[in-house]
Design a protein around this ligand. Structure first.
Ligand code: GLP
Length: 244
C-alpha cells in the first residue's frame, strides 16, 4: 500500500486526478471505475480542466460506477447517474454510451444481471474509492458477510444519516442500493482510495494502523490489493495517528 499525505483535501483531489490522468495517458481506452460522494466530487473538476486544456482525452475511455440507489430513476436529482452526468460526463469529451451506472428502477434483478455482465466485459484499470463513515466502500456495508459480485445492499442507519444532507428529508433517502461487490472492487488493476474529514478517522484507523481484515469495516479489505494508493490530508492523518 502506498500512502500519500497531502497538505489539504484540494491537493488530495489534484493528486488523484493526476494518477487517473496517467492511467489514461498510458492506455487511452482505459476503463475507469468511478465513485460518487463529496470526496470523489473534488476530483472531477481537475479531470474536466485537463480535458478542456487539451491534456486529457476521454474519447476512448469507458467508465463504470460503483453503485446506484434503488428507487431513484436516472434523472432523479440525487441519483448517482445524474451526479456523474452533472459532475463529470457533461463536461468532458466522453461518449455517454461508454459510461455505465447501474439502473436503480424497474426490474432490479435484471439490472443487476446487466451490471454484472458489464463488469465482466473487461477489467477496471483504476478504481476511485471514497470511504463511508462506517467503512463502507461502494455501498458494501459492514456485516457478517461481504459479497463478491454486484448485489443489492441494505444501507446502514449511519449511511442514511450521512447521506440525508443531500435530500429534503431523511425519509427520502433510499434504504437500498445496487453496489459492486468487494470482489469487483478488488479485481480492479489499481485502487485509489481518498478520504478527508474527522468522521472518517475511525474507519481509516482500521485500514492504516493494523493488519486486520475486518468485515465490520469493509475498507480494511482493500489493504490486500497489490496496487493500492491511499491519499489523505495531514489533518486526517493526524486524527488517525498515522505517522508516515
Ligand atoms: C457514499 C458512496 C460511497 C462514498 C461514501 C462517502 O454513500 N456510496 O461510494 O465513498 O458514501 O461519501 P463522501 O465522500 O460524500 O463522504
Amino acid at each position: 500500500m502506498k500512502i500519500i499525505v497531502t497538505e489539504n483535501f484540494d491537493k488530495t483531489c489534484e493528486r488523484a486526478a493526476g494518477i487517473i490522468g496517467d492511467v489514461i495517458h498510458n492506455k487511452p481506452d482505459a476503463r475507469l471505475g468511478l465513485a460518487t460522494g463529496s470526496t470523489a466530487q473534488g476530483v472531477y473538476p481537475y479531470l474536466i480542466a485537463a480535458n478542456r486544456a487539451g491534456k486529457l482525452d476521454f474519447s476512448r475511455v469507458n467508465t463504470v460506477n460503483l453503485d446506484e440507489y434503488v428507487g431513484l430513476a436516472p434523472d432523479h436529482p440525487q441519483s448517482y447517474r445524474r451526479f456523474m452526468d452533472e459532475n463529470l460526463f457533461d463536461h468532458i469529451n466522453i461518449d455517454k454510451k461508454n459510461t455505465i451506472v447501474a439502473k436503480g428502477t424497474g426490474d432490479i434483478e435484471a439490472n443487476i444481471k446487466a451490471f454484472r455482465e458489464a463488469l465482466a466485459e473487461k477489467p477496471i484499470d483504476v478504481q476511485l474509492l471514497g470511504i463511508g463513515v462506517d467503512g463502507h466502500v461502494g455501498f458494501n456495508e459492514p456485516g457478517a458477510v461481504l459479497y463478491d459480485g454486484a448485489h443489492v445492499e441494505e444501507l446502514d442507519e449511519s449511511t442514511i444519516d450521512a447521506n440525508a444532507r443531500f435530500f429534503d428529508k431523511r425519509e427520502d433517502v433510499p434504504t437500498k442500493a445496487i453496489s459492486m461487490g468487494m470482489g469487483d472492487i478488488l479485481r480492479a488493476k489499481k485502487l485509489l482510495l481518498l478520504a478527508t474529514g474527522e468522521n472518517k478517522a475511525e474507519a481509516m484507523k482500521g485500514l492504516l494502523l493494523n493488519e486486520e481484515l475486518d468485515v465490520q469495516n469493509p475498507a480494511t479489505l482493500v489493504k490486500t490489493h497489490p496496487d493500492l494508493t491511499v491519499i489523505i490530508d495531514r489533518a486526517l492523518a493526524d486524527r488517525v495517528g498515522y505517522r508516515g
